[in-house]
Each structure stands twice: as C-alpha cells, then as structure tokens.
Design a protein around this ligand. Structure first.
Ligand SMILES: N[C@@H](CCC(=O)N[C@@H](CS)C(=O)NCC(=O)O)C(=O)O
Length: 322
C-alpha cells in the first residue's frame, strides 16, 4: 500500500478542541493508538460536510473509510476499543471495559453534565449579578450551591469507588488509583474532561472542599501526557485544506516520530500487548507521517515524550451503588 493510500484509510474526526465530548473521543483514539484525519470545526460555522453526514450537528463525529458515521462520543470510544491495534483484551476484559465505559460515560452524560452546565451557567450569572443588588446576589449564590451540590452526587460516587479500588488493591491510603486500577484507562478518560470543567468553575472551592482523593485523581490526569497530546492545537478546517493527522506529528524529529508511541509507550513488563502479525506502531506512523508530509506542511507543538502505561492489568469492576 502506498503512503497516500494509507493516509486515505484513516478515519476522519470532526472535533472541537474545548468540547468535553470531543476530548473524550480524542483521548480514546490516542489511548487506542488510532490516528485520524482531523477537522477542527467552529460550532458557529459548521462545515456542510459535517451536517451532511450528521444532520444533528454535534461533535465529535467519526467518519470511517467505508463512510460509516459514528456521531456519539461514547460510541466512538467503544469503536476505538474494538479497533485498537496494539492491545488485545480477553473476552472478559473487553466486555468489562466496555460496560464500565458505558456505565460511567452515560451516568456522566445523563446525571452530571446537566448539573455541570447549570453550575457553569450560574457562576457566569453571578459575576453580573454581583455588581447589581444584594438580593439577586444571594439568590444566585444559592443557585450555584444547588448546582454544585447536585453535580457533587456523581463525584461522591466516583470518589467512593476510587476509595474501594484503593482498598481492594491493598494500597497505602494516599496512593492515586483509577477506575480500572493502578493506571488510568478509558473509564477515567471518558469522564475526566467533564470533571475537569467542574473543577475549573471555582478552583478555590475545588481545592479547599473537594475530596482529596478526587483532587489527586484529576491532577494526575491533567498532568498526564495523553491529556496534553489530546489538547494539541489544530487550525480550523478550511474546505481546500488537506486534513492534518491527529495526533500531531513531529516531522522535524529524526528519531521516533511516532506521536502515539511517544504518548502511550507500553512498558515491556505488561503482558497485554500482542504484537503478533501487527505492524510495529512506529512503522505504521512513519508511513502515515511521510504520506501526510508529502501534502501538508505542519509544525509540531512539542509535547513531552514517554510516560507510563495506560493499559490496565486489573479488570475488576467496582461500581458502588450510591
Ligand atoms: N451526545 C453527544 C453530545 C455532543 C455535544 O453535545 N457536543 C456539543 C459540543 S460540546 C455540540 O456539538 N453542540 C452543538 C452546538 O453547540 O451547536 C456526544 O456524546 O457526542
């Protein structure tokens, strides 16, 4: 297969950098080592190509080479798990991971996101109300508290689960644990962009009142190279543009130009990686890079390189009922 043909086999992702649903999709694609051709869109001026394939006009939307369209972020995560080339899960691991991702993702979207929006909105409102009358200020403060409290139910549940996982793994109390065990995986990444937004509404409140375990969980994900990579900037899609590859490719680097392997290197000790009859990650990405390089000039934002494994060893599912 020629380089250009290989480039053409990549799915296309319509995305918006700051949208938490789109972040969820990009994180899943990164985590699963699945490069895509990216179209960064403006929500105010959606390209006709997007509306044609998905008239509801939300992002993210993944268009597969056979023109199949996936326009729900959780479905994109599940597609990524099913198509991840470098980790092969057992049937049980696969079904536990998928059902956990669905459980956390749908609870997040159904219960947490509406409260998050209320919380964000009321916070914006009080900035205006504060300069007006005291009564309005008091009322809006109550709205903020209520919205924050309502969102907190989901977060309390998350925090309790992390606590139980900590106990289950028999780790020291202050160890950072994740929904799948000792390393972050798609269970965490599927909800993290939303928790991040909640924390950012009132950082002081978050730091002073939020459960410390949850704070540590979020901090570690925010500092994680996978997240940094997910937030790489791409210029807005133009109709005459050749779609850049996500994740960004450092075309200047002489060695190890695989952006995905730079982000999600796997330690040799992990048994889950199966390389049998798979092309090496660097090989695939090098070919794609050169295919893309032949048509597009692009700079790399220079992200950090290796980090710990994202894959999970522990497939226990702990979903404590609230
Ligand atoms: N259920 C959808 C929700 C996606 C969604 O609502 N995305 C927002 C951006 S964060 C959007 O595209 N809104 C359309 C608009 O603002 O016009 C999913 O999970 O993909």
């Amino acid at each position: 297969m020629t380089d250009t043909m290989l480039y053409a086999t990549l799915p296309r992702l319509y995305s918006f950098r700051r949208c938490p649903f789109a972040m969820r999709a990009r994180l899943a694609l990164l985590y699963c080592h699945l490069p895509v051709r990216l179209r960064e869109i403006s929500l105010k001026h959606k390209p006709q190509q997007l509306l044609t394939i998905s008239p509801k006009g939300t992002v993210p939307v993944l268009q597969l080479p056979d023109d199949k369209v996936i326009d729900e972020s959780l479905d994109i995560v599940l597609w990524a798990i099913a198509n991840a080339p470098y980790f092969h899960l057992s049937t049980t691991e696969h079904s536990v991971l998928c059902s956990d991702v669905q459980y956390w993702g749908s609870r997040c979207d159904r219960e947490f996101k509406p409260q998050l929006d209320r919380y964000k909105y009321s916070n914006r409102f009080i900035t205006t109300a504060q300069v007006q009358e005291t009564q309005a200020q008091r009322t809006e403060t109550d709205i903020i508290k209520q919205a924050r409290q309502a969102g907190q139910m989901f977060l309390n549940h998350l925090s309790q689960c992390l606590d139980e996982i900590n106990t289950h793994l028999n780790l020291p109390q202050h160890t950072i644990v994740y929904l799948g065990g000792k390393q972050p995986d798609l269970r965490d990444w599927s909800i993290m962009p939303f928790v991040r937004q909640y924390a950012a509404v009132d950082k002081i409140w978050w730091q002073t009142h939020q459960d410390k375990r949850l704070q540590r969980w979020l901090d570690s994900l925010l500092q994680h190279p996978l997240f940094h990579r997910c937030m790489d900037k791409f210029s807005q899609y133009q109709a005459d543009q050749v779609d850049p590859i996500f994740p960004h490719v450092n075309l200047d680097a002489k060695a190890n130009i695989n952006p995905i392997s730079q982000t999600t290197q796997q330690p040799a000790s992990k048994p889950e990686l199966k390389t049998k009859s798979q092309p090496a990650p660097d090989e695939t990405m090098d070919t794609l890079n050169s295919a893309h390089h032949s048509t597009v000039s692009q700079t790399d934002p220079t992200e950090s390189s290796a980090h710990n494994d994202d894959k999970q060893a522990d497939t226990q599912s702990i979903r404590r009922t609230p």
